[in-house]
Design a protein around this ligand. Structure first.
Ligand SMILES: Cc1cc2nc3c(=O)[nH]c(=O)nc-3n(C[C@H](O)[C@H](O)[C@H](O)COP(=O)(O)O)c2cc1C
Length: 191
């Protein structure tokens, strides 16, 4: 089982990154091979809506997207982590998502498989926000679901943490850190 963790926070070792790290540790502890990518270290253009991908499903903008895309395709499961920025995902995360329109085109317009021979791939989404509103995660939950769908990945689990803002504040919530660890274990064990 190969699991790819994708950190979408611009903040190094921020709250979502701590949770992602715990989830990957949980997966590693039950035998998964794990890798983590940090989107802030990548150069990924926004989608330019030129639809060069309609030819064969490959995005025609040449940048680090392709390196991340290849890792996403090779993984058996994905964990995406993003802070809440204005009730949606971070800009780093959204740039990756929008470039995955090329996978949507491949899957739904060209009707080609995304990861041939490997069905039922699973994804998990981790997020954190400063406020506590009931609807804080409404938008990102849908966004994450349809991002994974473009990759032919089912949204298996989410960990959504309210009321954390400052860097390191997540350590005041050991139950959420534990929940992240358990999420990683469950994901790695999922059939
Ligand atoms: C640009 C920006 C926008 C934000 N928007 C929201 C928001 O809409 N709702 C909210 O609850 N928190 C918001 N926050 C707070 C972050 O979600 C919060 O600090 C989170 O813990 C950051 O996670 P990180 O450390 O993994 O980056 C915002 C923070 C920034 C920098």
């Amino acid at each position: 089982m190969r699991i790819l963790g994708i950190s979408g926070s611009p903040r190094k070792e921020g709250n979502t990154e701590v949770l992602l790290g715990e989830a990957l540790q949980g997966a590693r502890d039950v035998g998964a091979e794990v890798e983590e990518v940090f989107l802030r270290d990548k150069t990924i253009s926004p989608c330019l809506e030129i639809y060069g991908c309609k030819r064969d499903g490959r995005c025609v903008i040449e940048d680090d997207f392709h390196e991340v895309a290849e890792k996403m395709l090779q993984a058996d499961a994905l964990i995406l982590a993003s802070p809440i920025f204005f009730y949606t995902v971070s800009a780093h995360t959204k740039m990756l998502m929008d470039r995955c329109q090329s996978f949507w085109v491949k899957r739904y317009l060209l009707k080609r498989p995304i990861a041939p021979g490997r069905s039922r791939r699973k994804g998990a989404f981790i997020s954190a926000g400063a406020t506590r509103g009931k609807r804080l995660f409404d938008g990102v939950t849908l966004t994450a679901r349809y991002f994974f769908d473009a990759l032919d990945v089912d949204l298996f689990d989410t960990l959504l943490v309210r009321g954390v803002d400052e860097k390191g504040e997540i350590f005041d919530h050991p139950e959420e850190i534990r929940a992240a660890y358990e999420l990683g274990r469950r994901l790695a064990r999922a059939e």
